[in-house]
Structure formats: C-alpha cells, structure tokens
Design a protein around this ligand. Structure first.
Ligand SMILES: [Zn+2]
Length: 143
C-alpha cells in the first residue's frame, strides 16, 4: 500500500520566517547555526528577533559543533507524521554549547533508544531540495 522508499526525500519543507531563514539556509549548506546575543552572549533557539534575556536586538549566528546529548525522546506512531515512511524518533537534543533543539534521531533501533545518549548532527534532504538537521549516534557511542 505504501511505496515510499528511503532513497527519495519525503520530508516536508521547513517553514521559513524572516527570523529563521538564516538557520534553514545554513542547514541546507550543511551547517548548524544558532543566534547568539551580541550583548549578553546567550545562545537562543528557536530564532527570535530579540534576546529574551537582555532585550538586545543585535544577535549574530554562531556555528555549533553539532555534538549533543538526548535529553528526552518519543516516537509518534498513531498516526506518524506526514512525510515519513516509518515512525521517527523525535528527540530533545541538548547541544554541548547549551541550546536545546527538537529534532529526529536516525539510524538507531528505537527498542534500544535511551535518554542521555551522545549524538552528532547530520543533515537530511527534504522533498523540495532543502535540508533539516537530524542527529545520529556520536562516534564511539553505543546503545
Ligand atoms: Zn542578551
């Protein structure tokens, strides 16, 4: 009944806003950028026009290492999200620089998935030629 394969990108396009365009454009280039407040130096995600801490509007994108840790995760099954051939692992990933992202963890057996696992960013193409950041097990990490 379902002929979707993993070789043809099926992920829906990210929703770009004026505040988030830099993030998605960087992801499509294979970079993970997070905006940092130029005044208090706090890193903020998701992107916003003003620093919620000190209300400065001067914020600059900073490249992240891509390394992080899974804070928590779930697997939406009924129904699983549009654009996925199989239920994805949806995770809260704490980047080593501090910000927390909602993303997917790929390439792992969900029966072995656990909180606290070390992950690193990867980039998966979308159906329209852009990309989204996902995470896979960090080098040397085991489940
Ligand atoms: Zn600030």
């Amino acid at each position: 009944m379902d002929t979707v394969t993993e070789t043809v990108p099926q992920r829906p396009e990210p929703v770009m806003t004026p505040d988030s365009a830099f993030f998605w454009e960087a992801v499509t280039r294979g970079e993970l950028l997070i905006k940092q407040c130029s005044v208090c130096l706090k890193l903020w995600h998701p992107p916003r026009p003003m620093c919620p801490e000190c209300h400065a509007i001067a914020m600059v994108p900073v490249r992240m290492s891509g390394r992080g840790t899974v804070y928590s995760w779930t697997m939406p099954i009924h129904p699983f999200p549009f654009g996925f051939a199989a239920p994805p692992i949806v995770a809260l990933v704490d980047l080593e620089e501090g910000p927390r992202l909602v993303s997917n963890v790929v390439g792992v057996d969900p029966r072995k998935m656990r909180n606290g696992v070390r992950v690193e960013v990867a980039f998966e193409p979308t159906a329209g030629g852009k990309a989204v950041p996902v995470f896979r097990l960090a080098e040397g990490e085991t489940l």
